[in-house]
Design a protein around this ligand. Structure first.
Ligand code: CO
Length: 207
């Protein structure tokens, strides 16, 4: 299995080099991505592939069910580096329909550590119980919950001191919420973006 993987890597590297001889030399000396992607660890939602971006174009952080914990040092370190050092322009929180992590958060089964990790999604499910009850079936309810988790994630990212500091110094960084459909391969804008308003110089939600 590993040998297959290494062989595919060798083929890819040779092909890439043949297409653009200075490709690796250029990437090795600098990365200047426009995007910071916060997504689910799900193997079916790789940031570069679904967004059609090449290596070097998106800085990525992924965890189970793309949960934004305000004290997650891993996420905060990546966010700080993306904002302050890489000076990315767009932060994207991307969830997906059919998310196993969201499903686990809606089940009355013990999942060990994952239950601690997924607690914010359980909280959202309680908070929006009336809205969610209107979904036509359990799958639609979970997909709606996945969207609420993204919208909540966008808010939480915007509330971090890292983003607040960046906006206070006038950095033009927007935070967006997207949902990916496993069944059609499409990214959809959830219309919950937060960006700096040019008139007031304050971060505001916009559609
Ligand atoms: Co997922």
């Amino acid at each position: 299995m590993l040998n297959d993987l290494l062989k595919r890597n060798l083929d890819w590297s040779r092909r890439r080099h043949a297409e653009e001889p200075d490709y690796f030399a250029r990437l090795a000396t600098q990365q200047s991505p426009e995007f910071f992607w916060i997504g689910c660890s799900d193997s079916r939602v790789p940031a570069n592939v679904v967004a059609g971006l090449d290596p070097g174009e998106v800085f990525v952080h992924r965890n189970v069910a793309n949960v934004i914990h305000s004290s997650d040092m891993n996420l905060l370190s990546a966010l700080e580096f993306a904002v302050d050092a890489l000076q990315i322009r767009e932060v994207i929180v991307c969830g997906h329909h059919g998310c196993g992590g969201v499903k686990a958060a809606t089940e009355d089964l013990p999942h060990g550590l994952a239950d601690h990790w997924l607690e914010p999604i359980r909280r959202l499910a309680r908070q929006y119980a009336i809205d969610l009850a209107q979904a036509r079936d359990a799958e639609a309810r979970r997909d709606k919950l996945a969207e609420l988790n993204v919208i909540e994630g966008v808010r939480r990212i915007a509330e971090t001191p890292i983003m607040q500091r960046a906006w206070a110094r006038g950095a033009r960084i927007a935070v967006h919420g997207l949902i990916y459909g496993l069944k059609d391969g499409l990214l959809r804008d959830l219309g919950c973006s937060i960006r700096l308003d040019d008139a007031t110089m304050e971060a505001v939600q916009c559609r």
